[in-house]
Write a protein that binds this ligand. Structure first.
Ligand SMILES: [Zn+2]
Length: 218
């Protein structure tokens, strides 16, 4: 899919699924090693036009003047692209159940469902900072060194991928997984998979069963 058409399409999917509402959330993808395409500020990402998307440099600065302002949360995206060369796309949404865990500051234990271990991996909770600030961007950048899926404390969630398809899948899987966790709690709590099994699944993830593993620190 052409990059602009893809951002429009995945924005629509997030909205239809109820993972964003109003003008919440933002999406981006990497057009070139140092060039990004980002959704605009202040509009519903469920009804984007291809001409509304903003091209930026790797700092999130718009490359040319235009009628659309780049997302106020662009720095959080830009920091991840700068630090993770393997990341090709980022989806930020406020999925209601996963965000409830982020608001309650309760971590999601992935070692209870194979899909969560393989597709999501460990899910850090990024300590709260005001949305759109450099402080939040720095905290997200640190946490994203070792993760593909992040909860933002009292805010929402972030999913990374080598492609936009993969980042979007992770956001959907995260919300499904949060729902299952919530239901399991009502039934007395989910039982953890055995350590052996978690290791086997983690090895699948490391082998690239679901996108490339995080880049080495450096
Ligand atoms: Zn947000």
């Amino acid at each position: 899919m052409e990059p602009r058409a893809a951002l429009v399409e995945y924005g629509r999917r997030l909205y239809e699924r109820g993972l964003i509402g109003g003008s919440e959330g933002n999406l981006s993808l990497r057009l070139a090693p140092d060039r990004l395409l980002v959704t605009p500020a202040g509009v519903s990402k469920g009804f984007l036009g291809a001409d509304m998307l903003v091209e930026t440099d790797l700092f999130g600065r718009a490359l040319r003047e235009g009628p659309w302002r780049v997302s106020s949360e662009v720095r959080m995206h830009a920091v991840v692209y700068a630090r993770r060369p393997d990341v090709g796309a980022i989806v930020h949404a406020h999925p209601p159940v996963a965000t409830a865990f982020a608001a309650a500051r309760l971590p999601l234990e992935v070692a209870v469902l194979p899909e969560a271990v393989v597709a999501l991996g460990p899910i850090p909770i990024v300590p709260y900072a005001t949305p759109g600030t450099e402080e939040l961007a720095a905290r997200v950048g640190d946490a994203a060194q070792d993760a593909q899926t992040l909860l933002l404390e009292n805010h929402g969630a972030l999913a990374l991928g080598d492609s936009l398809e993969r980042a979007w899948q992770r956001m959907e899987i995260l919300e499904q997984f949060a729902k299952v966790t919530l239901h399991a709690r009502a039934l007395g709590g989910a039982r953890r998979l055995s350590d052996d099994e978690v290791e086997r699944l983690a090895a699948l993830r490391a082998k690239g069963a679901y996108g490339p593993p995080p880049a080495p620190r450096g």
